[in-house]
Design a protein around this ligand. Structure first.
Ligand code: ATP
Ligand code: MG
Ligand code: MG
Length: 379
């Protein structure tokens, strides 16, 4: 019996455990909190990421380790990798944890990126704003997620406010300034690479964010063959340069037919949740297959799929459950403002049919604004 250890016990670990059950896998989850939602499906070790006793116990009980949480300290991942197989590698994790290292690697690989500058002082910030122009975004290099740790600078007059908000972190997690990209849309590539180097991607996904948090995803994104090939090539280049093993997502800003890379998520990704019902093999199962050295599954889609995120609290499930292509995911979390507590995936065989389903669901749940951009795209 193989036991997969997962560092981080959120909804990604929970869905991984659900996907691994048919493969006969067991799981052990480690998290810093006792109520981590994956703990409802797998034994949980509670401990700080740097707690060697907890890490030792974790290592002694699993055959292989992977991540639900991308900000596990790279040294802890390294410590584990000296004892058990860890995928993706601590090096891939370390690059993806740092927006500066990540964007520098993208550039080295000829993957276009928004303009950026390393910010270590207020003087750096002034100089970088003068160089990049406004609007621009100041971000922490590390530990940001769901748009947290970011300050949007509309004009140079916002510089004081931006520095007041984030300046103290210049010497800790570091800061980066990015040019603001007025993209036409956001796309993501969810990809998987096996231990033997086999590489596959799912059809591209189009994503809509509200206040920096993913709100809806549509797959397949409508893209021409050249754009799809470019996205595939960027993801493949990145995966090979990092000798990546497992699933990852590459977030892209599409400006006409130019794709700019925003960030790399070294794990299964929210914009790939639709693959659970919308693809022959889900991102969760393929991640496990990759990590365990098993053959990768087909990433073909079954129809079209739209995923809607539930943030803060769960709506009533009936409107989704009564749809033939409706699928419900409740992560079993306590409601809390801004927290991802669940999602729904709606599947249909045609664009028109999916638009109709989304309109019905949006109406019934009184969330017309959440479905509107997806419906507009489908019509
Ligand atoms: P995630 O939850 O995806 O990990 P994050 O906190 O790491 O998010 P980003 O992906 O960098 O943050 O930014 C969140 C969102 O903010 C992006 O999806 C995009 O909508 C917007 N955004 C970020 N950077 C830029 C930029 N340089 N130009 C325009 N919009 C941006
Ligand atoms: Mg991120
Ligand atoms: Mg992002």
């Amino acid at each position: 019996m193989t036991t997969v250890g997962i560092l981080g016990g959120g909804q990604l670990a929970r869905m991984m455990a659900l996907a691994g059950a048919p493969l006969g896998l067991r799981f052990l989850v480690m998290d810093t909190v006792a109520d981590a939602c994956a703990g409802q499906f797998a034994p949980l070790i509670v401990g700080d990421w740097r707690d060697e006793r907890a890490l030792s116990e974790f290592a002694s009980r699993v055959d292989v380790a992977t991540f639900d949480f991308e900000n596990v300290p790279a040294e802890s991942a390294q410590w584990l990798a000296q004892r058990i197989p860890v995928f993706p590698s601590p090096r891939a994790l370390a690059v993806a944890q740092d927006r500066l290292a990540e964007k520098t690697l993208f550039r080295e690989l000829d993957i276009p990126v928004p303009e950026f500058a390393d910010i270590t002082s207020r003087a750096d910030l002034d100089a970088a704003i003068a160089r990049l122009g406004t609007p621009c975004i100041l971000k922490t290099r590390r530990l940001g997620y769901d748009g947290k740790g970011q300050f949007r600078i509309r004009s140079a007059a916002d510089t004081d406010a931006a520095w007041a908000a984030l300046g103290a972190q210049a010497g800790t997690v570091g800061l980066i300034l990015e040019g603001f990209v007025s993209f036409d849309r956001e796309l993501s590539v969810v990809a998987v690479r096996g231990r033997d180097g086999e590489f596959r991607i799912w059809p591209l996904t189009e994503n809509w964010h509200v206040d920096g948090v993913l709100s809806a995803s549509l797959a397949p994104a409508t893209v021409d063959a050249a754009t799809a090939a470019t996205a595939f090539e960027y993801a493949r280049r990145l995966a090979e340069s990092l000798d990546y093993v497992g699933v990852f997502a590459l977030e892209l800003f599409a400006c006409g037919d130019v794709l700019l890379a925003n960030e790399l998520a070294p794990r299964v990704h929210n914009s790939g949740h639709w693959t659970i019902e919308g693809s022959e093999t889900s991102q969760f199962q393929n991640h496990l297959r990759a990590v365990l050295g098993l053959p990768l599954g087909d990433t073909r889609m079954v129809g079209l799929a739209c995923m809607l995120n539930w943030i803060g609290q769960m709506p009533d499930s009936a409107a989704v459950l009564r749809e033939p292509g409706g699928h419900w995911h409740d992560y079993g979390k306590e409601p809390r403002a801004g927290r991802k507590v669940g999602h729904a995936t709606l599947r249909a065989d045609s664009r028109g049919a999916l638009a109709e389903v989304l309109e019905r669901v949006g109406q019934a749940l009184q969330r017309p604004a959440q479905v509107a951009p997806v419906v507009a795209k489908l019509r």
